[in-house]
Design a binder for this molecule. Structure first.
Ligand SMILES: [Zn+2]
Length: 305
């Protein structure tokens, strides 16, 4: 038995304001058949616009990841995409009534909780994985990202801010449903107080607040509740990376090593992978949780074979 594709068992709804647009927006996340992937539908434009959450549809990566086609875009998709990837949900339709995914609390956790409550359903089609067979690397101005062969999906991320609170942080872990939910999914986005004014002058961060981001001034975290982890900043960078790489449309089997990278570099890596098909191959993975395998391994050990 091979691991199969999944979707959510029933529709879920969320609403909130967009981090950058400041606009109130509602989303409905609906089950979708095998082979759909993750698709966004802008319901508030005429005609309604379907935008697949795929690398080829990325139109902007400054401050957040935005996808678009012809007359409509959807911004800040990375936390919702990370929620899908973290839960192992391959297929879903996201109907959205505005230009940006709601920020919720600044992490992927509210989306994950909603979808877990709805339930995850296995579909009758095998899931394809992108298995890295040759290293791929990008480096630019002290930032870098490398993807190399490994037996599972793991990430090592390092950030180095000249800042008293954030400083140098490094986090390394294998990403699976449990580790993502416990250690990464709840890490919030963050911003610097001194940048807020500049960003707002550019029409960005208009919806940003202490309710949906960790905000730091020169010396401290301004959120009264403090941090969720002492290294919440680097954990959120991993969340962003997982969300950005989910646009490849297949889970990765490989090890990512990222140093100070952001959405643009994540997108560049994904684009390079698609341009260099010799660096990966499509594989299927045995479902070791299936009864068939459990029974087989039980029989083997019981028979001492
Ligand atoms: Zn983020």
């Amino acid at each position: 038995m091979k691991k199969r594709q999944t979707t959510i068992s029933k529709q879920v709804k969320a609403a909130g304001i967009g981090l950058h647009s400041g606009k109130k927006v509602a989303v409905r996340i609906k089950p979708a058949p095998a082979g759909t992937g993750i698709c966004f539908i802008r319901k508030d434009v005429d005609p309604t616009m379907i935008i697949p959450a795929k690398v080829a549809f990325v139109v902007d990566t400054s401050f957040a990841t935005t996808i678009g086609a012809s007359h409509a875009t959807v911004g800040t998709i990375e936390h919702l995409m990370a929620a899908f990837a973290g839960l192992g949900i391959d297929n879903a339709v996201v109907e959205i009534e505005g230009p940006e995914v709601p920020a919720m609390d600044g992490s992927a956790a509210p989306f994950m909780a909603l979808m877990l409550e709805a339930g995850i359903k296995k579909l009758n089609r095998v899931r394809k994985y992108m298995k890295i067979i040759e290293p791929v690397s990008i480096a630019h101005q002290g930032k870098s990202i490398t993807l190399e062969p490994a037996t599972s999906f793991s990430v090592s991320f390092e950030i180095d801010f000249e800042h008293r609170v954030i400083t140098k942080q490094k986090c390394e872990l294998e990403i699976n449903r449990d580790s993502f939910a416990e250690k990464i999914g709840i890490a919030r986005t963050f911003g610097f107080l001194h940048e807020v004014e500049y960003m707002r002058s550019k029409g960005l961060a208009l919806g940003g607040s202490l309710d949906n981001a960790v905000v730091v001034d020169e010396t401290s975290v301004l959120n009264s509740e403090g941090l969720r982890f002492s290294d919440e900043f680097v954990r959120h960078k991993i969340l962003d990376l997982v969300g950005d790489l989910a646009l490849l449309g297949m889970p990765i089997i490989g090890k990512v090593t990222a140093v100070r990278s952001g959405h643009s570099m994540h997108h560049a890596l994904a684009t390079m992978l698609l341009k260099k098909p010799q660096t990966w191959k499509v594989v299927e993975v045995d479902d070791l949780t299936s009864n068939v395998y459990r029974r087989a391994s039980y029989l083997k050990s019981a028979a001492n074979y």
